[in-house]
Design a protein around this ligand. Structure first.
Ligand SMILES: NC(=O)c1ccc[n+]([C@@H]2O[C@H](COP(=O)([O-])OP(=O)(O)OC[C@H]3O[C@@H](n4cnc5c(N)ncnc54)[C@H](O)[C@@H]3O)[C@@H](O)[C@H]2O)c1
Length: 262
């Protein structure tokens, strides 16, 4: 495969926001490693992106495992010769009250949402340090959330993982700046993906009501009056991945259509 000008790994890019990011970075001229939990999803999305003319390779794997991140970096370097941007996008949601939270489900969401960001940061930084040329800024970009700025009822474990990602983002930004690596996070609002279908269905199961009710209530709270799309998020991630944001690090920016104003 031909070497590209810029190369990215995007975890959880087989679906939802991650896929939207892949569509945008593809237009920006990136070669990309497409990851997701389910191999079939991942292969299918990669084939569709390739049919759109983008340079991609599929690399399914569980982001809660350190070895997956090492594999993703290796896949980028083997196929495209380098790595410039590592996007820790994959994540899961869970619904439930804190008093009912089990150790098992709490550890599962931390492994998927937080361990993954630590391991992705480590694997990417190791590669970036080897490539360091003193000029080009390399990027680590993490998915936090509006729920990483304000805790949401029945999304307690999820919210706390997204706060933790902001903490990791700040510390990594401080520790890695000397290597020419910036670390930032994007914090989406209410994005119409499988994740919100799941949240809405679980809210109905926990609290009663009808399908779509909780999603509609959340959308009603958006100043701009519509649900966010993966493309809305991807436009901002495109900026974070580009040299336009080279002087920005350690930030976790809400891109939510006007839900929270803190
Ligand atoms: N949807 C929203 O409203 C919203 C809002 C704020 C933040 N976010 C965050 O954005 C990110 C993407 O969310 P989404 O809405 O696109 O979710 P989604 O459920 O639509 O897609 C999730 C993606 O992550 C992958 N994934 C999940 N667990 C994985 C694992 N263990 N290993 C590898 N891949 C795994 C899935 O395969 C899929 O590709 C998440 O981190 C989420 O917390 C979403």
């Amino acid at each position: 495969m031909a070497k590209q000008e810029r190369v990215a790994v995007i975890t959880g890019s087989s679906r939802g926001i991650g896929r939207g990011i892949a569509e945008q970075l593809g237009k920006d001229g990136y070669a990309m490693v497409i990851n997701g939990y389910h191999a079939a999803d991942c292969q299918e999305t990669a084939a569709e992106l390739a049919a759109e003319g983008f340079t991609v390779v599929a690399a399914p794997g569980d982001v809660s495992q350190k070895s997956t991140h090492e594999m993703l970096v290796k896949t980028a370097v083997t196929n495209f010769g380098r790595l410039d941007t590592y996007i820790n996008n994959a994540g899961i949601a869970q619904i439930g009250n804190l008093l009912d939270e089990s150790a098992e489900s709490f550890h599962k969401i931390y492994a998927t949402n937080v361990d993954s960001v630590l391991f992705g940061t480590q694997a990417a930084a190791k590669q970036f340090k080897q490539q360091a040329d003193g000029e080009k800024i390399r990027k680590i970009i993490n998915a936090s959330s509006i729920a990483g700025h304000v805790g949401y009822e029945q999304l307690g474990a999820y919210s706390s993982t997204k706060f933790a990602i902001r903490g990791l983002t700040q510390v990594a930004a401080k520790e890695l700046a000397k290597y020419g690596i910036t670390v930032n996070a994007y914090c989406p609002g209410i994005v119409g993906t499988d994740m919100w279908d799941y949240i809405d269905a679980r809210m109905v199961a926990e609290n009663g009501g009808t399908k779509g009710q909780y999603l509609k209530a959340a959308i009603d709270g958006i100043s701009l009056g519509r649900a966010e799309t993966p493309a809305d998020v991807a436009d901002f991630v495109s900026y974070l991945a580009s040299p336009m944001s080279d002087y920005m690090t350690g930030q976790a920016v809400q891109i939510d259509g006007g839900v929270q104003f803190i």
